[in-house]
Design a protein around this ligand. Sequence first.
Ligand code: HPA
Length: 275
Amino acid sequence: MEELITRDNVEQAARTVRELAPGFEPEVAIVLGSGMGELAEQIEQLACIDYGSIPHMVASTAQGHKGRLVLGTLEGRRVACMQGRLHAYEANSAQQIAFPVYLLASLGARVLVITNAAGGIDPSYEVGDLMLIEDHINFQMMNPVISPEPQLGPRFFDMSHAYSPALRELARKAAQSCGIGLREGVYIADLGPSFETPAEVRAFRALGADAVGMSTVQEVIAANQLGMPVLGISLISNPAAGVCDEPLSIEDVSRAAELAAGNMGRIIRALLPSL
Ligand code: HPA
């Protein structure tokens, strides 16, 4: 398969973005997950670019994902915000999913804030809870850094602090200042798009996971290859399969995410000035 994440491809994409937002250099990259797109509307927008019009980027087909890059200012920080992301279940490769992270870093972003909706595996989690991601398990068995010759960073790199402890501390303070409780736990990424079986969820629990979703890990691996610190927060949109008896539906997941997205936005806004 042809390699996607090359210096030339990333530079070509970055040139297109710079042409549409001349002189703009983001400080913070934000990825908004399912139901969380509203935060992008709060940005003082300078430019709004559909993924499909950026070379080498694929358009998003996921429900509740607008699929555009919003550039502007929020809480005094220059942000590049992905309003919607790319998933493996849309038939994207790991490199296609991670490509925007290389692009955002190349534009100048030095920190990556990632959000997602996830099913709660820990039975004490409630719908609407926010979980600071302390670590992940990549059950997708894909990796964006697999290539004949890695071009934008080392082939082998440490993942023992994949989610920056310093950023986690800032997030705890931000949440506290907003009076919003934060859980902390391990995120496991499943391929999807089918939800898990109860047996899979029991297995994930035994593996040490607290929440399950279908995203995030590819982007986080890419950021770690670049030495870019990551903050990840999951919004618990439902109990994972078998944790309660209700059948899962994407409509319920999206609705719960939209309802609780306000708290996610508040924490990110409170956090931004310290980034
Ligand atoms: N499983 C996988 N992904 C999800 C879930 C879930 O229960 N909820 C939201 N995203």
